[in-house]
Write a protein that binds this ligand. Structure first.
Ligand code: BG6
Length: 470
């Protein structure tokens, strides 16, 4: 029996604009990096958007958001995480004037959420850098991006200051280490990108994130602005001290991003890394002051843990979202090979809280699976997704354990609360939602929405504030 979830716990679900909105070229929207990546991170880019790219239409959330938000409200969501597509507001990223129709769309979306008492939780940049910034500036490698981002965040903060209280600067900011194009809008080929340029780009993002916190707090003194990392804890594969140190090293690689955003300065351990790799991050005067604008909360995605070893002969690798590592012999994996580790979520929460003593927010967690639409006894189309219920139940149970451990957890938004296009593989058949969307990878489908079995299960979890978990 679950002991406690705090009063006011922010239960909800999460999506990203580029994976659900569609309408990629409507109402003045410019192209984003996703619009020419028809296979996600696994395939090549195209010159122009092509009809094979499922993200161009997504699940047509742009036109159907009212119907979808109503379903979220029916489940009892307290919060809904989505992102603003930067190129809907500034089509090329470096435009001076914002696109009014883009701004109006999010006004309408946030109003719709607020109508049902759902707090919008908004990611400012979620893998959808305006394509022109990638092509003309090489994305975040170029310091000019800080200025463009400054303009973008001022515009959206001013516009939505009375509607949005919870903000996240960059989605999985640490993923740029592995996916520089998707995460950092860096057009240079991953293989050709130097570590010098990569860490320079990271510095620009970290400064931009801190600047957003500063500007946000000035414009919206009551707002809560968080950082967001890809949360993959690393376990030593064996008690070999070498493996333990390797796990620490890999954790630092990921956590350095949060260290800067929470503590307001680069951690000492990065000095050695920079020196050994001959990296000289160019900092301008004033950067260190800006970095001191630290976040109000730490948010993260959690899908899996990983193992670390110095045994170079070990080739049992595990795949994952963005990061791949060494497989854990104690864990099972999803249909996509991602290792399932509910206790790892409790571990991650404790790890982050021990390190930062800041409120934590789990803003992504969920199971991507192949669902089968069936007809239930009442003649309604549904999916009997007991596997998803089990996955979510087990993870949420561990969240309650972490809360018992003393960790301050603000909320939980499951990933892809409505089926959407996958980020890494651009598939639709990999479904995460409580709501099934009739759209297939060949582009067929009515786009109709159906409630899965997990819909009512999650409704009950929220209504009981977690007490229904087992
Ligand atoms: C996270 C991203 O890495 O994982 C999401 O922030 C993404 O955008 C999610 O959708 C799940 O990954 P995928 O590849 O299954 O969509």
């Amino acid at each position: 029996m679950v002991k406690s979830f705090p009063k006011g716990f922010l239960w909800g679900g999460a999506v990203a604009a580029n994976q659900c909105e569609g309408a990629y070229n409507e109402d003045g929207k410019g192209l984003s990096t996703q619009d020419i990546a028809p296979e996600g991170i696994v395939g090549p880019l195209t010159e122009e958007p092509t009809k094979e790219n499922m993200k161009l239409m997504g699940i047509d959330f742009y036109h159907r958001y009212k119907e979808d938000v109503k379903l979220f409200a029916e489940m009892g969501f307290k919060t809904f995480r989505t992102s603003i597509a930067w190129s809907r507001i500034f089509p090329n990223g470096d435009d001076v004037k914002a696109n009014e129709k883009g701004l109006q769309f999010y006004d309408d979306l946030f109003d719709e959420c607020i109508k049902y008492g759902i707090e919008p939780l908004v990611t400012i940049s979620h893998y959808e850098t305006p394509l022109a910034l990638a092509k003309n500036y090489d994305g975040w490698v170029n310091r000019k991006l800080i200025g463009f981002f400054d303009n973008y965040v001022r515009t959206i903060f001013e516009r939505y200051k009375d509607k949005v209280k919870y903000w996240i600067t960059f989605n999985e900011i640490n993923s740029v280490l592995h996916q520089p194009y998707m995460s950092g809008g860096i057009f240079t080929d991953k293989e050709k990108l130097t570590k010098q340029d990569l860490y320079q780009a990271i510095h620009h993002e970290l400064v931009a994130s801190a600047l957003a916190v500063k500007i946000g707090h000035e414009i919206m003194p009551k707002a809560k602005i968080g950082c967001m990392i890809l949360g993959v804890p690393n376990y030593p594969l064996t008690p070999n001290p070498g493996d333990v140190l390797e796990a620490m090293k890999q954790d630092r690689e990921n956590l350095y991003f949060a260290d800067v955003q929470v503590r307001g300065a680069y951690p000492k351990y990065m000095d050695r890394y920079f020196e050994e790799n001959n990296i000289k991050v160019q900092k301008e005067s004033g950067d260190e002051e800006i970095l001191k604008n630290t976040v109000d909360f730490v948010s993260f995605s959690y899908y899996m843990s990983s193992c670390a070893t110095v045994d170079t002969k070990n080739n049992k690798s595990s795949v994952g979202n963005i990061i791949s590592g060494v497989a854990n012999p104690y864990l099972e994996a999803s249909e996509w090979g991602w290792q399932i580790d509910p206790q790892g979520l409790r571990y991650m929460l404790n790890l982050l809280y021990d390190r930062y003593q800041k409120p934590l927010f789990i803003v992504e967690n969920g199971l991507g699976a192949i669902d089968k639409l069936v007809i239930d006894e009442k003649g309604n189309k549904t999916v009997i997704d007991d596997y998803r219920i089990k996955y979510l139940n087990d993870h949420l149970f561990q969240v309650s354990e972490a809360i018992e451990d003393g960790v301050e957890v603000m909320g939980y938004t499951s990933w892809g609360c409505i089926d959407l296009v996958s980020a890494s593989t651009a598939e639709l058949k990999k479904r995460y939602g409580f709501i099934y969307v009739d759209r297939n990878d060949d582009g067929t489908g009515t786009l109709d929405r159906y409630k899965k079995k997990s819909f009512n299960w999650y409704k009950e979890v929220i209504a009981s504030n977690g007490k229904s978990l087992v």
